[in-house]
Design a protein around this ligand. Structure first.
Ligand code: F0G
Length: 347
C-alpha cells in the first residue's frame, strides 16, 4: 500500500487531490495478551514514517493545503506534530513553521523538525499558549495554513487508523484505549469507526494525572507530566472527545507518572518500545486490570509514538552494564543470570 490517501481515498472525500505521502499507515496490530475473557491488541503507530500517528493526518492536511495553493504551513506542537509537519511540508516543497513550548519537547522531536528544515520557534509558556498564538496568526494572515488538529483534514486522515483496525479484525473492537492530549485522535477514531461501519467501540481516553482536564472537567493552567507529548491543559477538541466518550459508553481515566513509566517498562520487556505518552494507554489498561474492571472482548490500544522519540525518560528505569568484559567474565555473567543468580534481569 502506498499511504493512507491511496488506500482509503473514497472515505476521505479527496476526489483527485494529489497525495503528498511518505508511505504512512498500514501499521501493525499485534495480539499482546489474553487475560480471562479479554484479548488485548496493540496498534504500533510508531512504525509510521516520522515515528508517530500524526503522519496519517499530516498527509491529508498537507496534500489539501498544497492543492489549495498554500504558501507555507504552521503548527504548535509538543513535538510529534512538529516532526510530522516538517517532514510532509518538506515532501511537498513548502516551508514549515513550528512553535513549541520552550524546554518542554524532547531533543529527538526538535531534531526531526530541524533536519527537515522547518523554522523552529519557541514560546515561554506551555502548548496551550503556543496553540492559541498560531491560531491567532493563521486567522490574521492567509500566508500560512494551520495544520494542527483543529484543521478538519487532520482528523479525517487520522480516521484511517480506525479503518485499518476494522480491516484487520473484520469488525470494530469492543473497546478502544488511547492517550488523550489535545483530544484530536480520540475524536478522529470515533468518527472513523462511525463512517467505516462494522461497529463502534467503547472509547476509553487515558490522560496523565497532572494534565487531565477531561477527567476533572476543568481546564488545567499549568499541566505537568513526564509524558511531554500530552502535557496539555486546554484540549482544543474537548467537545468532540466528550461526545465520543459519552455516545460510546466509554470513560476518561487519569494515571500517574509512575504508572506510565511502569507501563513503558512492561511493554519494552515484551519487545515494544513506545514513548511515555503512548505508554499512558497501556497504563490505563493495567489500572483497569488491577481493579478487575477490564472490559470483556477485544480491547485495542493505540500506541501513538515510538520510544526512540524520547531517549531520556527511560534512563529512569534502565540499567546499563558499563564495565568492560572478556570471555571468562562474560561466561560467568551468563551463568549467574541464567541460573537465577544474584543479578536481577528485567522480566
Ligand atoms: N500520543 C502522542 C505520542 C502524541 O504526540 C500526542 C499528541 C497524543 C498521544 C495525544 O493525541 O492530542 O490527538 O489527543 N501530540 C500533539 C503534538 C499535541 O503536538 O505532537 P491528541
Amino acid at each position: 500500500m502506498r499511504g493512507v490517501i491511496e488506500r482509503y481515498r473514497p472515505y476521505l472525500d479527496l476526489a483527485d487531490t494529489p497525495a503528498v505521502t511518505l508511505g504512512e499507515g498500514s501499521t501493525p496490530l499485534i495480539s499482546w495478551a489474553t487475560w480471562g475473557t479479554t484479548d488485548i491488541f496493540l496498534k504500533l503507530e510508531g512504525t509510521n514514517p516520522t515515528g508517530s500517528f500524526k503522519d496519517r493526518g499530516m498527509t491529508v492536511a498537507i496534500s489539501v493545503a498544497r492543492q489549495q495553493g498554500a504558501q507555507a504551513v504552521i503548527c504548535a506542537s509538543t513535538g510529534n506534530t512538529a516532526a510530522s509537519a516538517a517532514a510532509y511540508a518538506a515532501r511537498a516543497g513548502l516551508p514549515a513553521f513550528v512553535v513549541a513550548p520552550r524546554g518542554q519537547i524532547t531533543q529527538e522531536k526538535m531534531l526531526q523538525a530541524l533536519v527537515h528544515q522547518a523554522t523552529f520557534l519557541t514560546v515561554d509558556g506551555n502548548f496551550d499558549a503556543a496553540l492559541a498564538m498560531v491560531r491567532k496568526v493563521a486567522e490574521r494572515t492567509s500566508l500560512v495554513t494551520l495544520v494542527n488538529s483543529v484543521n478538519p483534514w487532520r482528523l479525517r486522515g487520522q480516521e484511517t487508523g480506525a479503518y485499518e483496525i476494522v480491516d484487520d479484525l473484520g469488525r470494530a473492537p469492543d473497546s478502544l484505549v488511547l492517550p488523550v492530549g489535545n483530544a484530536g485522535n480520540i475524536s478522529a477514531y470515533f468518527q472513523g469507526f462511525k463512517r467505516y461501519g462494522h461497529g463502534v467501540p467503547r472509547m476509553l481516553g487515558i490522560q496523565a494525572q497532572g494534565s487531565s482536564p477531561l477527567v476533572s472537567g476543568q481546564d488545567v493552567e499549568n499541566p505537568e507530566t513526564i509524558a511531554s507529548a500530552i502535557r496539555i491543559g486546554k484540549p482544543a477538541s474537548k467537545h468532540l472527545a466528550v461526545k465520543a466518550v459519552a455516545e460510546s459508553g466509554g470513560a476518561f481515566l487519569a494515571v500517574s507518572d509512575d504508572e506510565i513509566l511502569d507501563a513503558q517498562r512492561e511493554l519494552a520487556a515484551g519487545g515494544v518500545f513506545v514513548e511515555p505518552a503512548s505508554a499512558t494507554a497501556y497504563a490505563g489498561i493495567k489500572r483497569l486490570k488491577a481493579q478487575d474492571m477490564l472490559p470483556d472482548g477485544i480491547v485495542a490500544a493505540i500506541l501513538t509514538g515510538t520510544g526512540l522519540k524520547d531517549g531520556h525518560t527511560p534512563l529512569k528505569w534502565t540499567q546499563a552494564k558499563t564495565e568492560s568484559t572478556d570471555a571468562d567474565r562474560l561466561e560467568e555473567t551468563l551463568r549467574t543470570l541464567l541460573n537465577g543468580g544474584a543479578v536481577h534481569v528485567a522480566h
